[in-house]
Write a protein that binds this ligand. Structure first.
Ligand code: ZN
Length: 269
């Protein structure tokens, strides 16, 4: 039998990866299951043993929304385990501010929901890291809309916003609808035909400016999109359209948005 070289044995049992922690769930008193996004290994579920103990050398590096470099030991049966961790980026201004934290958790929740296990993850990893950095720098509205539209595109749910999703015809101003079921906009003729055939599913009638803003965000790099002046009624409308579409795709509310609505109501009092 050939002896296994030491470094080969090492490589078989241990691997290194960057990871952004999407969430932690409890398992046992001090252990946590970490759902993480990696650039090259997709989404992983790893066990973090004793991370809740005060003296843990790992715990402080794998809090939700942290970007860490991990050494992972392959599990003989079951889950791989984090054996070492160091912080790459802690996003301190994001994680010390409740509202920004909730937005960050919202982004992590969408990545977890839309990115299938085993799917290639480099683009989504870059998008999430960039978005957390933008939230950390105090940007939000446009950073979030850009994140939503580009995450949808990367995971196969890019909404059609240019031409009618059904007949591919051009849209006339104020004579179109947004249909989550169709996966984008419908001209008035197709929308009415659907209605007559009782294939009517929930839809919205966005303003022309909201449609233009969404198209712009969909096509421009972030550095261009962030210069767009969006008055708050229009910002609210674009946020509402994307939330409506995302809720339809997931067949549920995104948990973090209800908490965010609660925070906004408190701030308005
Ligand atoms: Zn049409």
């Amino acid at each position: 039998m050939q002896p296994v070289p030491a470094n080969k044995a090492f490589a078989d049992h241990v691997y290194k990866t960057d990871a952004i922690v999407l969430r932690q769930t409890s398992t046992g008193e001090a252990d946590r299951i970490l759902t993480v996004l990696t650039p090259y290994l997709g989404k992983l579920r790893l066990i973090g043993r004793s991370v809740r103990r005060p003296k843990s050398k790992i715990g402080g590096h794998v809090e939700p929304l942290m970007h860490a470099r991990l050494m992972v030991t392959k599990g003989k049966s079951g889950m791989d385990a984090v054996s070492q961790a160091e912080t790459v980026e802690a996003y301190p201004a994001l994680r010390s501010n409740l509202e920004r934290t909730v937005w960050g958790i919202y982004c992590a929740e969408l990545v977890d929901a839309f990115l299938p296990d085993e799917a290639p993850s480099a683009d989504v990893f870059g998008l999430l890291a960039d978005t957390l950095a933008r939230l950390n720098a105090g940007e939000e509205g446009m950073a979030l809309r850009w994140f939503e539209l580009h995450l949808l595109a990367m995971t196969g749910y890019r909404p059609e916003l240019q031409v009618c999703t059904q007949c591919r015809g051009a849209l006339a101003p104020n004579r179109f609808a947004f249909s989550p079921d169709a996966g984008g906009v419908l001209c008035q003729t197709c929308e009415q035909a659907n209605r007559i055939e009782e294939r009517q599913t929930p839809f919205l009638t966005p303003s022309v400016n909201a449609l233009k803003a969404l198209r712009y965000i969909q096509h421009q790099p972030y550095e261009e999109a962030r210069r767009l002046r969006v008055p708050s009624p229009l910002a609210n409308e674009t946020e509402g359209i994307l939330r409506f579409y995302i809720r339809y795709l997931l067949e549920r509310d995104v948990r973090s948005t209800s908490f965010l609505d609660h925070l906004r109501r408190q701030a308005a009092l």
